[in-house]
Write a protein that binds this ligand. Sequence first.
Ligand code: NAD
Ligand code: ZN
Ligand code: ZN
Length: 347
Amino acid sequence: MKALVYHGPGLKSWEDVPDATVDEPTDVVVRVDTTTICGTDLHILGGDVAAVTDGRILGHEAVGTVVAVGEAVKGFAVGDRVLVPAITRCGRCSYCQAGMPSHCQTVGGVGWILGHLIDGTQAELVRVPYADTSLYLVPDGVSDEQAIFLADSLPTGYEVGVLAGRVRPGQTVAVVGAGAVGLAAVLTTGLWGASKVIAIDSNRFRLDKALEFGATDVVEVGPDTVAEVIALTDGLGVDVAIEAVGYPQTLLTAAALVRPGGRIANVGVHGAPVELPMQDLWIHNVTLTMGLVDTVSIPTLLTMVASGKIPAEKMGTHSFTFDQIDEAYDVFKNAAANSALKVILRP
Ligand SMILES: NC(=O)c1ccc[n+]([C@@H]2O[C@H](COP(=O)([O-])OP(=O)(O)OC[C@H]3O[C@@H](n4cnc5c(N)ncnc54)[C@H](O)[C@@H]3O)[C@@H](O)[C@H]2O)c1
Ligand SMILES: [Zn+2]
Ligand SMILES: [Zn+2]
């Protein structure tokens, strides 16, 4: 089969590798019909994720068709159309039972293993361990182009941004970074009745998308970003500041936007330490949350996509075939110049 193989920082190639196979009785093999690229893949290629080593197939999002099933798998059969989420889980360890499969102890102590600790989804075939507890059947009314964004971006913006930030009716929210994850937070913040949702980015196209996705205001990044956002609130800042970029500067921006008693929900993947103004934050009773997505909101989000409440398909702006994957990475990496949000990759 063909797959996108990581060969160290800045290096990747679409090359021939051995076919994915059922190695454990709880595995299935999925033929990848649709995959995409995540901001985290760019962090990996930037050398920010040390656990990803030379030879690893990248990618942790897919919609596909089951083509082989291990003998212990009860819930899936050959031919099923499934969503392969970013998190793999055993369903039985204490973290899985507590609803935090992001730290499934059985699959490796961290639930994000695809395209990280084991081979991933930017390939013609992918092996999915613990298939019964990890995969989701895609309902008939939901297209591949909608379901693919439920593998990671939508649950991440919702769980690590909106739910962790405890957005409540009437509150004000700022989202720093209007990539797919930030926009997912914008889309799902509305579900909790936020009165004001302010999207902040340097990319004009994505700010326009943010308005389309329910932002009430947008701020283009510049020297007055913080002052502009404070002016849009009542002079005190927002109740919830969601960071969806992953740089020290953007976390500091989120910290500067939050009002006393507010919450900073960090979603971005950081590759370096960040020095926070603790001398201001402590006396403002600010809460800071962070974490890896659990993807446990997928059933809820699938229902809302099927009912038309969440227009997930609007996340996809460009389509490529697998053999154009280098071009797809270039377009995604240079998103501003290409008016790109998420790219769709199909065989
Ligand atoms: N916590 C998790 O479980 C989890 C899961 C998936 C992704 N992530 C992380 O979430 C972040 C966003 O992912 P994505 O796929 O949307 O990435 P992305 O690269 O598509 O989006 C990032 C956005 O940030 C904007 N940006 C860059 N510098 C900025 C600045 N100084 N101020 C404001 N905006 C700025 C970019 O223009 C872009 O629109 C990444 O760090 C990714 O690794 C975390
Ligand atoms: Zn991701
Ligand atoms: Zn587990």
